[in-house]
Design a protein around this ligand. Structure first.
Ligand code: FDA
Ligand code: NAD
Length: 438
């Protein structure tokens, strides 16, 4: 049993959706030549799962957040794929890949062959078991990576109103889910090993602002320790036991302890770097017929002097997908120069409660803070941030509560590696003076 395509996109998440739109816009294939294989439904905007999907009132549901609405672009429903002649092979897991033969084998026993493969398999959530803690299969333990996880979380929240949730991990999932739990009237205790939340990105001063804001909403932070074991009874977690001996009673648990890129199918077949599949500036892997995009791709970033990086963020998934399709369909076009770094500006964001931050570039160098870090007074919107400076130039910038113009000013300062003095003048003119650092 088998089918043959010219182009196969393996994985059907954010990057796959943006790749499909780019293919359709460029018209670079004939009906039936392109397919997307995914374990899930048609591509959707994954960030919605920790935001609109978890709202207690009028939550967002599919088909509302299929790609590419997150970039204010077309909503690609299954009907759209049909009209475009793009085959969706959904609910289907690929269990092995043979790069030399250019074939994929699905769990249903079908062999799918390709001329060009675009790997967009994303990442998976790390499990507690990988840290030696058992109990992940308990009915009230929630991870958050896909729709099934999000539905489990929604159900757990609806039977836990007024109860206690323990959130394990102080990264993106931990912070966004803690906010959603509070909004659903659940008491939250967050546990993580670092000194402060969002340890990989936030400075202590930025983290302090968010921790105080969360604490004012009732969130309790237990920092500098980790969960040692879970107390399970009748298939449900009743408490989390910490390394320091404390016992945190729990009606439900949310786990966000990091992600790993889904590279396993290609181990030993493609070059790997930074926990992902190594690609050049055209998103092409060590095999010329295979491209990789999104969370799984480690690519040279021009802005960082060609340093190879991997980002687990939605903007990167969208842009690397477009870049790969451009390179595939226009081999001598803008993305042509083999091996040249991609002119990508790293961009991450998050929205929690009434807050919204953006980050551009690299958090390397010395951080200088600007704006007002005091807790907002009733209904007020905070506005503050930080710039990371190396050699007198802006390498990275973070801003909470920025207007579209201010966000763009930060992005362009990083893109052009502006002198910090120039950005200070720009921020000063907007009433966002640099703080006196102690
Ligand atoms: P993505 O994970 O979207 O898709 C991969 C797809 O491949 C999945 O459908 C998977 O099932 C499928 N697949 C994998 N292996 C397969 C196999 N062997 N066979 C078949 N199918 C297979 N980023 C950001 O910048 N801002 C934000 O606010 C958020 N918010 C956010 C919330 C939540 C809950 C998560 C989990 C993540 C975010 N992110 C984010 C990160 C962002 O969603 C992420 O970077 C992109 O989804 C990556 O897109 P990809 O297409 O690479 O993978
Ligand atoms: P993360 O890497 O952001 O955070 C992991 C957290 O878990 C860290 O605080 C870490 O210290 C903590 N941790 C690690 N081991 C632990 C342990 N044994 N016990 C307790 N805490 C432990 O990862 P995440 O929050 O799980 O996010 C998963 C993926 O989803 C990432 O790819 C992330 O980029 C993506 N995501 C992004 C956004 C966004 O960009 N706004 C939002 C949600 C998810």
């Amino acid at each position: 049993m088998g089918r043959a395509f010219v182009y196969v996109v393996l994985g059907g998440g954010v990057a796959a959706g943006y790749a499909a739109l780019e293919f359709a816009r460029r018209g670079g294939y004939s009906r039936g030549e392109l397919c997307i294989i995914s374990e899930e439904v048609a591509p959707y905007e994954r960030p919605a799962l920790s935001k609109g999907y978890l709202l207690p009132e009028d939550p967002s549901r599919l088909p509302k957040f299929h790609t590419c609405v997150g970039a204010n672009d077309e909503l690609l429903t299954t009907k759209w794929y049909k009209e475009q002649g793009i085959e969706l092979v959904l609910g289907t897991r690929v269990i092995s890949a043979d790069v030399r033969r250019k074939t994929l084998l699905t769990a249903t026993g079908e062999t799918i062959s390709y001329k060009t493969l675009i790997i967009a398999t994303g990442a998976r959530a790390l499990k507690l078991e990988e840290f030696g803690i058992s109990g992940s299969d308990a009915a009230n333990i929630c991870y958050l990576r896909n729709l099934e996880d999000a539905d489990k979380l929604v159900n757990a929240m609806s039977s836990c109103s007024g109860g206690n949730a323990v959130v394990i991990g102080g990264g993106y999932i931990g912070m966004e889910c803690a906010a959603a739990l509070v909004t659903n009237k659940i008491k939250v205790t967050m546990v993580f090993p670092e000194k402060h939340c969002m340890g990989r990105l936030f400075t202590p001063k930025i983290a302090e602002f968010y921790e105080k804001y969360y604490a004012a909403k009732g969130v309790v932070f237990v920092k500098g320790t980790a969960v040692k074991s879970l107390e399970v009874s009748d298939g449900k977690v009743a408490a989390a036991i910490l390394r320091d001996g404390r016992r945190l009673p729990a009606d439900m648990v949310v786990v966000g302890i990091g992600a790993r890129a889904n590279t396993g199918l290609f181990d030993g077949q493609l070059a790997m770097e930074r926990g992902g599949i190594k690609v050049n500036g055209r998103m092409q892997t060590s095999d010329a017929a295979v491209y990789a995009v999104g969370d799984v791709a480690a690519f040279p970033v021009a802005l960082l002097g060609g340093d190879v990086r991997r980002f687990e963020h939605v903007d990167c998934a969208r842009r690397t997908a477009r870049r790969a399709i451009e390179a595939i369909l226009e081999p001598s076009g803008g993305a042509a120069e083999e091996g040249k770094a991609f002119g990508y500006l790293p961009y991450f964001y998050s929205r929690v409660f009434a807050l919204s931050w953006q980050f551009y570039g690299d958090n390397a160098g010395e951080a200088v803070h600007f704006g007002d870090f005091s807790p907002p007074v009733a209904g007020g919107k905070p506005k503050f941030g930080a710039c990371w400076v190396s050699g007198g130039r802006v390498a990275g910038a973070f801003i909470e509560g920025g207007s579209p113009e201010e966000n763009e000013a930060m992005a362009s300062a990083v893109r052009s590696r502006a002198a910090i003095a120039d950005l200070a003048a720009e921020l000063g003119s907007r009433g966002l003076g640099f703080a006196d650092e102690e």
